[in-house]
Design a protein around this ligand. Structure first.
Ligand SMILES: *[C@@H]1O[C@H](CO)[C@@H](O)[C@H](O)[C@H]1NC(C)=O
Ligand SMILES: *[C@@H]1O[C@H](CO)[C@@H](O)[C@H](O)[C@H]1NC(C)=O
Ligand SMILES: *[C@@H]1O[C@H](CO)[C@@H](O)[C@H](O)[C@H]1NC(C)=O
Ligand SMILES: *[C@@H]1O[C@H](CO)[C@@H](O)[C@H](O)[C@H]1NC(C)=O
Ligand SMILES: *[C@@H]1O[C@H](CO)[C@@H](O)[C@H](O)[C@H]1NC(C)=O
Length: 376
C-alpha cells in the first residue's frame, strides 16, 4: 500500500498525468485524503502514514488558497508535534499540531498558486500521522514540481538543529539548521537524516540504540525505541526517496569520538558506510565534512579524528571514486557561534555555517537556481 501511494506521488511529478482537483461545488471544502497523489511526500514516512526524522514532511501547491486544516491520526506525537510551515518559500514559522483537527495559520498567501511546505522540526517528538488535508471551497490543488537540485544530509545533532522544545535552543529545530538553510539558498530540496547523540558506528550512544551506519537505512529514527505504538524499525525503500538526491553531505563523528571509538575503527566504519551508500547513490557527489570541533570560552577548539576524514576521501579516490570531496570546516565555528551550555551552533552560528558552505559549494561549481519550479 505504501509503495502504491508513494509511486502515485512520484508519478504526480509529471503534471499532465493528473488533473487538478477542483471543488465539487463552491460550498464544499476540498479534501485530500492521505493517498492523494498531489501530496508531495518527502523524507521518511511509515505506512500509517507518519513521519520520522526531523525535516520529513510534505509539500502542496494550491491555487485560490485561504484556509488549510490537517487531520492527524493517533500515531501523532502527544501532546504535540512542532511543524515548520512555509508558504511560497518565505520564512518558516512553527505550528504545534496534535492528533485531531489542526487549522494551520497561513501567511504570505498570494493570488494564484501557493506552495505550502510543512515538515517536522524536531529530532524527537516528531511524528505527524497524516489522515487528510482540508482546504477552502474553490481551492485548486496542482502538482508540486520539485527542484532539480536535491541535497541529502547525513549527520548527528550538529546537523539536526537541536530544538528549544527538547530543552535545547534552536527554536525551529532543523528548519533553522545549516543543512536546510543551504538547501533554501540553492533553491534545492533538502532531506536531513541527522540523529542527535548517535555515532556513525552501530553502537549505543547517548540514548541511541543504534548508530547512523545502521539507522540511515531504516524508515524510523532511533526514537522508535522509546515509543509504545511503533517499537520496531523497517528497512527504508530507497526507491521512495523523493526526489532522488543529487548531492550528499555527511557531517559525523562527534559521538564516535565521545564513545572512544578508535580512529582506525572510525575510518573503517566510514569506509564501509561509503561502500553501502554507493550501492544506492552510485554517481552523486559526496561531501565529507571535517569536524568544526568544540569551541571553548578561552578561544580554543577541540578537534577529533585528526586526518581521518582526509584518509577516507583519499581511500575512496584510490578505489576510483573521484566524486568524493573533503570540506575542511576547520575554523568555521568559534565560541560566539555556539550555545555556551552545549557548544552546539546557535541560530546565528547555523547561518554562518550555511554561508560558508554555500561559498564553498559555489567555489566548487554549484550555482543557485534562478527560481523554484513550482513558483516560477
Ligand atoms: C510549541 O510547543 C513548545 C513546547 O510546548 C513551546 O515551547 C513553543 O513555544 C510552542 N510554539 C508555538 C509557536 O506555539
Ligand atoms: C476562490 O474560492 C472562492 C470560495 O472560497 C470562490 O468564490 C472563488 O470563485 C474562487 N476563485 C477562483 C478563481 O477559483
Ligand atoms: C521497546 O522494545 C525493547 C525490546 O525490544 C524494550 O527493551 C523497550 O523497553 C521497548 N520500549 C518501550 C517504550 O516499550
Ligand atoms: C572514554 O575514555 C575516557 C578517558 O579514558 C573515559 O573517561 C570515558 O569514560 C570513556 N567513555 C566511554 C563512553 O567509554
Ligand atoms: C584544513 O584547514 C586548516 C586551516 O586552514 C589547515 O590548517 C588544515 O591543514 C586543513 N586540513 C586539510 C586536511 O586540508
Amino acid at each position: 500500500m505504501l509503495w502504491k501511494f508513494f509511486s502515485g506521488a512520484l508519478l504526480g511529478l509529471s503534471a499532465s498525468l493528473f488533473n487538478a482537483v477542483p471543488a465539487v461545488a463552491w460550498a464544499d471544502d476540498v479534501t485530500l485524503f492521505y493517498d492523494n497523489p498531489l501530496i508531495f511526500y518527502h523524507g521518511r514516512w511509515d505506512a500509517s502514514p507518519g513521519t520520522w526524522w526531523a525535516s520529513s514532511g510534505f509539500n502542496l501547491v494550491v491555487d485560490n488558497l485561504s484556509s488549510l486544516t490537517l487531520n492527524l491520526g493517533p500515531h501523532t506525537t502527544s501532546p504535540l508535534v512542532s511543524l515548520g510551515v512555509s508558504v511560497n518559500y518565505n520564512a518558516v514559522y512553527t505550528f504545534n499540531a496534535s492528533a485531531g483537527s489542526n487549522t494551520i495559520p497561513l501567511s504570505n498567501v498570494q493570488a494564484g498558486p501557493n506552495v505550502v511546505r510543512i515538515n517536522v522540526e524536531g529530532w524527537q517528538n516528531n511524528r505527524m500521522n497524516l489522515e487528510s488535508i482540508v482546504i477552502n471551497p474553490g481551492a485548486v490543488v496542482l502538482p508540486y514540481i520539485p527542484s532539480p537540485l536535491a541535497f541529502q544530509y547525513i549527520g548527528d545533532s550538529l546537523s539536526a538543529g537541536v530544538g528549544e522544545y527538547q530543552g535545547q535552543y534552536v527554536p525551529e529545530g532543523v528548519d533553522q539548521a545549516w543543512p536546510l538553510l543551504t538547501s533554501q539558498y540553492f533553491k534545492a530540496e533538502g532531506t536531513v537524516n541527522a540523529q542527535p547523540g548517535a555515532a556513525l558506528a552501530d553502537i549505543y550512544a547517548w540514548g541511541n540504540v543504534h548508530g547512523v551506519s545502521y539507522q540511515f537505512f531504516r524508515t524510523e529514527d532511533t526514537g522508535f525505541y522509546s515509543t509504545t505504538d511503533h517499537n520496531y524499525t523497517t528497512p527504508w525503500n530507497f526507491a521512495l526517496d523523493n526526489p532522488k538526491p543529487t548531492h550528499l553531505v555527511i557531517h559525523i563523528g562527534a559521538n564516535d569520538a565521545s564513545q572512544n571509538v578508535s580512529q582506525a575503527l572510525f575510518i573503517q566504519t566510514y569506509m564501509d558506510f561509503m561502500t553501502h551508500l554507493r550501492t544506492i547513490y552510485a554517481y552523486q557527489p559526496i561531501f565529507v565534512f571535517t569536524p568544526w570541533g568544540w569551541p571553548a570560552a578561552d578561544g580554543s577548539i577541540s578537534y577529533y579524528y585528526p586526518g581521518a576524514y582526509q584518509t577516507v576521501v583519499d581511500q575512496r579516490h584510490a578505489l576510483g571514486d573521484e566524486n568524493v570531496f573533503l570540506v575542511n570546516t576547520t575554523g568555521w565555528v568559534s565560541w560566539e557561534d555556539v550555545y555556551p551550555t552545549n557548544q552546539h551552533p546557535n541560530v546565528e552560528g547555523h547561518q554562518k555555517i550555511a554561508g560558508l558552505f554555500e561559498a564553498w559549494l559555489e567555489n566548487w561549481g554549484l550555482r543557485a537556481l534562478p527560481f523554484w519550479p513550482s513558483l516560477p
